[in-house]
Ligand binder design. Sequence first.
Ligand SMILES: Nc1ncnc2c1ncn2[C@@H]1O[C@H](COP(=O)(O)OP(=O)(O)OP(=O)(O)O)[C@@H](O)[C@H]1O
Length: 588
Amino acid sequence: MIFSRRPADPATRLMHRTLSRVRGHFLRSVAWAALRQSAFLAMPWLLGRAVDAGVQAGSPRGALLYGGAFLAAACVEYAGTRGWQLWAALADNRAGTWLRTRLLTAILAVDTDTLQRRTGTFGDLTTRATRDVDTVIVWIHGLTTWVVIGLTALVLVPAVAGLDPLLLLVAAATVPVLLVVNRVFPPLFGRRAEHLAAAHGARGSAAEQLLSALLPLRGVGADHLLVERHHRHSTEVTRATKRLASVSSVWEAVAFAVPLLAVTAGLLVGGLAVADGRITVGALTTFVLWMGTVSLAVNAMIARLGDFAEARVAADRIARVLELPEPARPYVGLPGRDVLRVDGLTVRRPDRAVVGPLTLTAAPGEWVVLTGPTGSGKSTLLRAVAQLVPASGTAAYGEVPLARLDPEQLYALVGFVPEGPLLLHGTVTENLLLPGDRPAAEVAAAAHTAGLDLALAQLSDGLDTQVGERGWALSGGQRQLVTLARALLRDSPVLLFDDVTSALDAATEAAVLDRLRAATADRIVLFATHAPAVRARADREITLAAPPVSGTRGTAAATPTAPGTGQTTATLPAPAAPPAPEQEPLHG
Ligand SMILES: Nc1ncnc2c1ncn2[C@@H]1O[C@H](COP(=O)(O)OP(=O)(O)OP(=O)(O)O)[C@@H](O)[C@H]1O
């Protein structure tokens, strides 16, 4: 049974699971489609009967009777088609929503390194959530057609045999040819569909980079490279589309021609049978019309096989993201205010120097600064504490390992502000309230602590200022402070700040840090920065050693130093190892 068998490979398993989510809608569409096809198949028979027995010279009775019967069949056909398409559309819509939700849930439950390993780039990930999901739902939409095809075969085999066994033989001669055709083409079609999906993913990435990096690269005169890269990938999509279309067009044309050849043969054989008096003209009419229906059914079958091949490729791409670990279950018994314990936290990445180990304990009210040379791993370790990159060692709040928390609990406990502030199109307030609604007084307090009154002083709309796409209508410092205020609003007992004051002038930075220090008297703050102003206000400082030269194993031991001194015990930094390219290089 289509819903109960457990298929082996992840793509087919995902397709089955998606279908079983919309079982009710699908079965309704099947019922309506069966009704429609029954009426559709009855029409040639009615026509044949009308020719043979119904329509007679001198009497309108037969014409009226068969005309009425034909109209009734047409009405049933209309109602059936409507019900079929309606339920199929509802099924595919619901399936698409379910798949996209699963995809988003899986993405949110996983760290960025793992996600990147599985999907390559964010542009490609977007393609999986859009084009690939759409491809799967096209398959779901078309699935009902198989019932129509099956019903056609079920009805027409005995019906054609009833007209004349010789006609059935002619119709049956098409089957082996069709089987061969449908064995030769699908593997080739599948390979080319796979190539096309990959080309779409690469173009999605290029489009994403074009939009996000155009401004910075225009500054160095490299924007044309992004445009060229997008163009190159578009050309590849066009090429892959043409290659797929060339297979599918031959496949479809050959498969469609076979039943038409059978009609030709049937006309000859049937015509001779009419001449012999073995069958009537009406029966021959019915046969020819039915073979027309067979042509349509074969055509639909080829289209559905193509949909299936493409959907398998798309489902495989989606399944590779969904294979990510299941989200953690909510942890019961979360402590109130407690200490943050980081023990031997180490990040290992292929072809990169080891980052860490980091070991520290911080109590509520403490500010700990993580400092060290460029590339020493400050941001990486902060992300590892926030569970955003996979790491060995532990980070725990009290006795609760952060790795065991579900995302909701983790984000309630740990607020992380990355180095590059990202805002969404809308007002400052809307950006502050992205994590959820908060009372106006709390918004005002967080905005004040983050120094938005200072940073937005020259903007007449204040917190109602439109920030523009990705916040580009604000200055770098303003953007940093909005993201800082947004994190403060979450009231998390642990705050991780990655160089969040790097774009501020000295006076604003000092004012913001003083307010922040006062507002976080009962919170743990971990700062990754070189900024002297932050280091001067910290209780403790941990200095990471310089990253080792590429190819060697890391020895980035963390060295604690005296509280508030701003002094480090690190030796002079060695030159940072150049990072291995992760994506297509910009040159060439
Ligand atoms: N997603 C990633 N995949 C692989 N390697 C990464 C990734 N992110 C960072 N790295 C590498 O980890 C190392 C540490 O980078 P990180 O950003 O943590 O340094 P940092 O000390 O914060 O530097 P800076 O002071 O410049 O902000 C670098 O060699 C970097 O190339």
